[in-house]
Design a protein around this ligand. Sequence first.
Ligand SMILES: Cc1ncc(COP(=O)(O)O)c(C=O)c1O
Length: 395
Amino acid sequence: MSGLAPNARSDLIQESATLAISAEASRLKAAGHDVVSLSAGEPDFPVPAPIARAGIEAIEQHDYRYTATSGVPALREAGAAWLREGFGLDYLPSEVMVTAGAKGGLNMALATVVEPGDRVLVLAPYWVSYPALVTMAGGVPVIVDAVPERGFVHDAATLEQLATEHGARGVIFNSPNNPSGAVATKPDVEALVEMCARRDMWIISDEIYATLLYDGAAHTSPASLPDGRERTIVVNGFTKSHTMTGWRTSFMAGPEAIVKAAGRIQSQLLGNPCTISQAAMLKACLHPVPEDQQSRMAAFAERRAFLLQKVNAIPGMSLAPPMGAFYAMIDVRPYCERLGVDDFTVCKQLLEEQRLALVPGSAFAAPGFVRASYAASMDVLEKAVARLQAWTADA
Ligand SMILES: Cc1ncc(COP(=O)(O)O)c(C=O)c1O
């Protein structure tokens, strides 16, 4: 037997369920169907003009060659200032690295700290890529059940019990959370950090939604707390707040030795993050556009309020107020129970019968829920709600 075949490790990696559903929705759209998709976590706003312009100027000024592999020094410096001013985090430029998106930052962070076979706590509902990223780094994800009864924020005592049982070396923490929209309170984050300090665990803190908050919710980074900084790697940037999704830039910040090691890995694996995007990101750090951010947040808040009102009026469905990000985790458990179906079936039927794309909660290890992204215009949301209503009326 001869021939080229994918290796066994690649078999461990599944395609992201959210991307798969977005792709199916796009396929149906391309085939002429009137599809409404709330499946993608990508804002519908354009990148603020001055930031896009900085990218264009970089090309016009021939600023498109290789850069230092951990990012241009001016951007690392600006990133340190941005993290300090915006999030109370105290990093030197040498402790901040530019990565190819938050995903790239998480990848570099895990590649740097995970030893072969290390158990890593992944808290459900989790962003779909975490288990695969842990596996690719040579670790073993330990999925911690979702706690809808606690508003999807885990209590540290349960986490400590599981960490002890599995001998976990680290945890991936994501607040505000995709897909639940949950935001951990400061006491919750303090308890997590204390637990990790007691067990000498590291924390990878995915803070990519840190500025998208509602109803007075506040973001707390574990790295801002006593005992937190030395064991936390922070990933944060402009992907979601400034629609820099396709630009593929983010920051990874942590203790200098970790950032240096991650820089070595990035230099061999990736080279530098896109030069043009770094110019745009520098603009975003140095010249934030608060008016633009305010109008985005006002739009998100309006959409969130609309969904809360409409979804909660549908029999068999409910939606607790998401406190951050732009996702609504709709509880369809009573509905599923009544009809004897699961959340996958709900999403499949919604797509087939109503041409409405939502993501099954099971894709994030939260069965009985479906995720709707409200990074979509009011027009789209109105259509989506009408389809949801029509489908539940028929069922
Ligand atoms: C929680 C979370 N982390 C990371 C990412 C990836 O961000 P980026 O596009 O910057 O790689 C996403 C994107 O959906 C996300 O939801």
